[in-house]
Structures are given as C-alpha cells and as structure tokens.
Ligand binder design. Sequence first.
Ligand code: ADP
Ligand code: MG
Length: 320
Amino acid sequence: DELISQIAAGEVVERPASVVRELLDNALDAGASQVTVRLASGGVRLISVEDDGLGIPREELTVALRRHATSKIASLDDLETVGTMGFRGEALAAINAIAELSILSRFGGADSAFALDGRTGELRPVARSVGTTVEVRELFFATPARRKFLKTDATELAHCIEAVRRHALARPEVGFSVWHDGKLVEQWRAADAREQRLADALSDEFVAKSVAVEHLGGVVRVVGRAGIPDAARSRGDQQFFYVNGRFVRDKVLSHAVRSAYEDVLHGQRQPIYALYLEIDPSRVDVNVHPTKIEVRFRDGREVHQAVRHAIEDALAAPRA
Ligand code: ADP
Ligand code: MG
C-alpha cells in the first residue's frame, strides 16, 4: 500500500511547483481572498500555503488525508458540473506519501484551530484565525532518486512562482504573495479588474501591447487579451489559457490561436495572450489527467472556431 501510494503520488507531484499548484487549488476552492506562499530552498525544504478560506472542521482534518477523500463532489454525476478546481481527493494523500505534511486549520465558527501531523495523525489545538495553512517539508525525502531529478533551487523557485502566477491570472480578486527563504519575492494585490492583474503579474507592457478579446453569445465564450509583441522581444512564455477558471494546455486551443495569428499577422511573431474560455461544464471533461492540466472538449471544432474568430476579430479591429 505504501508503494501504491508512492506511485500514485508520482503522477500528481513531479516537483515542488506541483505541490504549490495543488495547495493553491485547495485554497481557492475554500474561498480564500488572500493566499501566502512561503518556500525554502526552491520549495524542496518547505512549501507552506496559508489561506483565509473557510477552514476545515476538526473531524474532517484526518479524513482529508485519505486517498479519494474529497468534500467537493458527492457522486460521479457531479463530475459533469464540477465547479471546483479539485474533485479527485488525491492531492493531500499523495503529498503526505512523499513529504512531511501538516495541516493547521480553523473552521469558521469553531472556537479553536487544530494542527494535524500527517505522519502520526496526531491532532493538537493551536492558535490561528479562520483559514488553513498546509505545510510540506522535505519533498521526496524517501525517494532520493526523484529528489536527484530536481533542478537548482532557483529553477524550482521559478516553477513555483509560475504556478502561483497561473492561479493569480485566473483570480484577480484574490491577493497573492510569495516568500522565498524569508524574502518577499512576488506580491500581487487583490485587483478589481483583470487588466490590473495582468499588468501586475505579467507586465504593463503585456497590457499595452495587447488588445481586448471578447467573444460572447455563443456556446463558448472567450474573453481576455491577445498581444502583438515587438518582434525582437517576443517571448513564448506569455501564453495562458483558462477553461472555466482552470489553467490548461491544449492543442486545439493553441492551434486555434496560431491560425488566427497566421491569418492576420502572417505569423512572424510569437503570440502573447491570456484567454479565458467559459463553456458549459458538460461540454468539457476535466478528469483526463491527475494534474488536471489537460482537458477534453466534447466538440473540439466548436471551441476551435470560437477561439479563432475571437482572436481574429480582436486583432483586426482598429486599435485605440
Ligand atoms: P480535492 O481538492 O480533490 O477534494 P485534496 O486532497 O486536494 O482533494 O483535498 C482533500 C480535502 O481537504 C478537500 O476536499 C477539502 O475538503 C479539504 N481541504 C484541503 N485543503 C483545504 C483548504 N486550504 N481549505 C479548506 N479545505 C481544504
Ligand atoms: Mg485539491
């Protein structure tokens, strides 16, 4: 069973950034408005994610670490309409199998907070306000082979920050801060508008060099910004797709964008974009991969057309 949990964990957790992603999903699912990420040594020594969300009731704390324990869906049918980032109930169990995990949480309305030690299962009262902090120490301590595959702290840190940025771009109304080895390395304050968050978390230049995309009314709604970078400074790492609030990588989507850029700009430049698709959850399967970074559309053509038209319209419109 130990072995099975370790293998399952390997599918969810590849590096510190995978842990960051899962813990941020949970914080956002809990309705956090402020999330603080603390890392030590690129996340290998410590990943701590603190939120001010609804917290976990004492009696659910130990359950949360069990495999396939989720409070987010009650039946298979619910998968059709799942609106939360998580639903597989795997992340905490997986992380607990490959690192030292502890959870400190205070549920709204409860008069005390509790800390759960993931290894011993011991619960003890602690002091904290409503919300949850998950601490993960010594990632891959029991699997030196995996630990050896990790890159330098600086590289792992960059991946962790990228994971936070992806969440931050999805949720401008939530404030994020990232600390590394005791220093504040990123901070994005809660913003009223998506443009503001894009400027803060990407750059002012990203907003200045992009146009608004707005394709409403159809089955697939597409909003966001698509950019025309200066040829010389064009970077491939400013391409973000979200489907119903979830960051994804998808060939249908990237192909659609590329086709639109080919048509309008004849493809000399790397597109930059942050695009947010809203689609009826029953038309997209998010349960394709343990990391949920891939999705499958029921009708890829309809999605392709919507994205392509959205970008073409945006790029062709006279710019203000
Ligand atoms: P999933 O997110 O797929 O449900 P996880 O293993 O990530 O599975 O989390 C297990 C459960 O622990 C969640 O369903 C939720 O009830 C609880 N949980 C985890 N993190 C938090 C958090 N930050 N705030 C509130 N509840 C949480
Ligand atoms: Mg989760």
